[in-house]
Design a binder for this molecule. Structure first.
Ligand SMILES: NC(=O)c1ccc[n+]([C@@H]2O[C@H](COP(=O)([O-])OP(=O)(O)OC[C@H]3O[C@@H](n4cnc5c(N)ncnc54)[C@H](O)[C@@H]3O)[C@@H](O)[C@H]2O)c1
Length: 287
């Protein structure tokens, strides 16, 4: 039986762990505190119960959760065959996590980097196993999104790519191949759109509701860019735009000050109850 370590139990780690467990994999879910892990398991239970109602598979929450154990620190995943990392989109945080994972895990363990924008080759370089580091950009919510971006780094071996593809197929995912360029396909485009949409609100040109209405009503998108920002996490949007800005040294990626203000104020979107919209009451309202 393949054992998969899932490091980071936030928005993405919770979805990756659930997706793996509901497709029969043994999962060790890791974060920095028991409180975060307890909340993560409660979220998975809740999402399993909702799955059938939302058009997904009907799931037995107890059965899914029986395949997930939890731990704190890299040593918890020392025996994992594959580790899927989903920690905060911040280079200093990711670097420390990879140094610890590299020291803790066996030589054969494959590291899958789930990042919005950070180049995979940069991550691989802080490990002693660059051939076994590969990027998979999962989409949110993970169990509901069938397509991912698959990003080999400079040194990633064909064997690592094949092992990763086999795991993705077993998770029910289709992989789109992308070269290792910061932001890949999705976030080179999406982050610019969300950042510019935030500027429209910041400058008082339109409300968040109006911006999203144009995308839904005029372009037929199921969600507008600012609803999407709240789903992804406003903090994660800011960190991703910062990664793009720093990497390309191009002013087109300059982060909107409103994203900084909202991140500092804890308005991170759905996960904190407030973002561009307020999710705390029964009705969503715009700020
Ligand atoms: N949110 C999205 O829609 C989305 C989509 C695709 C990819 N991503 C990427 O996935 C990654 C995770 O994003 P997220 O939205 O889940 O963020 P999040 O803020 O919801 O969760 C990050 C988690 O990492 C944990 N963490 C931080 N340091 C850690 C450490 N040293 N060890 C273990 N856990 C640690 C935090 O406690 C937190 O629970 C980021 O790189 C992000 O860019 C996010």
């Amino acid at each position: 039986m393949t054992v998969i370590g899932v490091v980071g139990a936030g928005v993405m780690g919770v979805g990756v762990a659930q997706n793996l467990a509901q497709t029969g994999h043994e999962v060790i879910l890791v974060d920095t505190s028991e409180a975060i892990l307890t909340e993560a398991l409660a979220t998975i239970r809740h999402n399993c119960r909702l799955s059938g109602l939302m058009g997904g598979p009907v799931l037995d929450a107890d059965e899914v959760l029986s395949r997930i154990s939890t731990g704190i620190g890299a040593d918890s995943v020392a025996k994992a065959d594959v580790v899927i990392e989903n920690v905060t989109e911040n280079w200093d945080v990711k670097r420390e996590v990879y140094e610890a994972l590299d020291a803790a895990c066996g030589a054969e363990t494959v590291f899958i980097v789930n990042t919005s924008a950070i180049p995979i080759t940069k991550v691989a370089a802080v490990t002693g196993r660059p051939g076994q580091v590969v990027g998979v950009h999962f989409m949110n919510p993970v169990p509901a999104k069938a397509t991912v971006e698959l990003i080999p780094g400079f040194h990633t071996t064909p064997e690592t790519v094949e092992r990763t593809k086999a795991l993705l197929t077993a998770m029910g995912k289709k992989a789109v191949d992308v070269k290792d360029a910061c932001g890949f396909i999705s976030n080179r485009v999406l982050m610019l759109t969300v950042n510019e949409a935030a500027f429209l609100v910041h400058e008082g040109v339109a409300t968040a509701e109006s911006v999203d209405e144009v995308f839904r009503g005029c372009f037929g998108h199921p969600m507008g860019p600012l609803e999407t920002a709240d789903l992804i996490g406003v903090d994660t949007i800011l960190y991703s735009v910062e990664v793009l800005y720093e990497h390309y040294a191009d002013s087109k990626y300059r982060p909107c000050p409103l994203l900084r203000e909202m991140t500092a104020a804890g308005l991170h979107g759905r996960k904190t109850g407030r973002g561009f919209y307020d999710y705390r009451g029964s009705n969503r309202v715009t700020h």
